[in-house]
Design a protein. Structure first.
Length: 435
């Protein structure tokens, strides 16, 4: 592989510039900013390296589909070109779409999720094509533009073009390293239910002196929010935890291994906090992080929040909340339970709107069927915030695949996405296919 790696090293600057160019193109799915332009840019990048590419329209963002190579086996690669909103803009040390390099790192909205991973994979394919000719297998790229809004229209592409998606294995969107520089192989993902709550008062903002007789929707919303979660961090919606599946004995063994290898104090200092929630650490910290659902207030808006003061009684208040779900919770079921909860607590007037939903996914921990994944692993552990992540230690980090690509593999993408199930591609073959 020295010829392939030599090409990568020799074209490092060009690959970084390619990534910077893509990152400088905004593609904010939630705001529908730059989506069409970015889809065309991604298609151009793929065509430039020799991937046969086509754009497929949906009722939302286009899907970029590409094929390169030929052979008896097929690898499907999933990525996305959309990014999260960059606000609050004042927290950035450089503009979010400037793609500035500082201290050897590239800073931009979407560089890690998911444009950097996409460019790395395309660059790996280019390196192989330029040094060794045709790929020894077929590689298919599916790159969508609504991942950050729960892939709202990807199902349309999947249903209409199922034959295009037939494959022997799939690499999901990304990979990375934790704060201790350990790469990860992910064994699942939490689901999500994203909602917006809205409380209304008068038909316009009023002077705050009227608060003696006119309802304040900001207070109404705060009171409604306070019923969702207790100070002990328990979510108070009736039946919320009914379908939660506890980790198996095999998974607990992986959690123990991870807890023994983690430096919790290092993570805590990096976050600038005195302690983790409820003071948990070690095994309980890892278990809670991976196997418990959440109820998170992502943002609250009402009245005046600019500099100085303004004596205003707002006429509207909204809050955005996400519920991170674990197997076997279902977003539609949780939505109905939250809606019922609000009504039961006297807040039927508070409107609730669903903004996004995805089911959780879970793959059994490796057994004999997946032994190829672990032949070079010194140790095995489970990690990740929103994703169940089986990570191998220094052996994988020192291998070419772990160090160069840091891709994550799983048996199939998120449960809600209707990809055909494929056989698990052994890591050794995935590495050979891409680098």
């Amino acid at each position: 592989m020295n010829d392939v790696f030599g090409y990568i090293d020799g074209h490092r600057r060009q690959f970084i510039e390619r990534l910077q160019e893509l990152c400088r193109q905004p593609s904010i799915a939630a705001q529908n900013v730059g989506i069409q332009e970015t889809a065309r840019m991604v298609a151009g990048l793929m065509e430039h390296i020799g991937v046969k590419t086509e754009l497929y329209a949906t009722d939302g963002a286009p899907v970029v589909f590409g094929v390169v190579g030929s052979g008896p086996r097929t690898l499907l690669i999933y990525n996305h070109y959309d990014v999260q909103p960059p606000e609050p803009l004042g927290e950035w040390h450089s503009p979010p779409f400037a793609a500035e390099v500082r201290d050897g790192k590239l800073y931009a909205r979407g560089v890690a999720d998911n444009k950097g991973n996409l460019v790395a994979r395309l660059s790996a394919v280019e390196a192989w094509l330029q040094t060794r000719g045709a790929l020894p297998l077929t590689v298919k790229f599916v790159v969508e533009g609504e991942e950050e809004t729960s892939s709202a229209h990807l199902y349309q592409f999947v249903r209409q073009h199922q034959p295009l998606l037939q494959a022997d294995g799939c690499l999901w969107e990304a990979g990375g390293k934790d704060i201790q520089e350990n790469p990860g192989i992910y064994m699942g993902a939490k689901g999500i239910l994203y909602v917006e709550l809205e409380a209304k008062g008068a038909n316009r903002d009023l002077h705050s002196s009227q608060a003696t007789i006119v309802p304040n929707p900001a207070w109404r919303l705060v009171w409604a929010l306070s019923t969702l979660k207790g100070r002990s961090e328990n979510i108070l919606v009736e039946g919320f935890y009914d379908e939660v599946v506890e980790p198996s004995s095999e998974e607990m063994e992986h959690l123990r291994r991870l807890a023994a290898a983690r430096d919790d104090d290092l993570r805590r200092r990096d976050l600038g906090i005195d302690q983790f929630l409820l003071g948990v650490s070690g095994l309980q910290l890892v278990k809670r992080n991976l196997y418990q659902p959440t109820c998170t207030i992502c943002g609250i808006e009402s009245g005046y929040t600019g500099p100085g003061s303004k004596t205003v009684l707002p006429h509207r208040a909204t809050a955005k909340i996400d519920f991170r779900l674990v197997p076997n919770q279902r977003p539609d079921d949780i939505f109905e339970k939250v809606k019922h909860h609000l009504a039961q607590h006297g807040f039927a007037d508070v409107q609730i709107r669903q903004l996004g939903a995805e089911h959780p996914a879970r793959t059994p921990v490796p057994g004999d069927d997946h032994r190829d994944l672990w032949t070079r692993a010194d140790g095995l552990a489970v990690d990740g915030g929103d994703r169940t992540n089986v990570r191998t230690h220094r052996a994988v980090r020192n291998s070419h695949c772990g160090d160069r690509l840091r891709v994550r593999a799983q048996q199939r993408p998120r449960a809600q996405r209707e990809y055909p199930a494929g056989r698990f591609l052994p890591a050794s073959q995935a590495c050979g296919a891409l680098v």
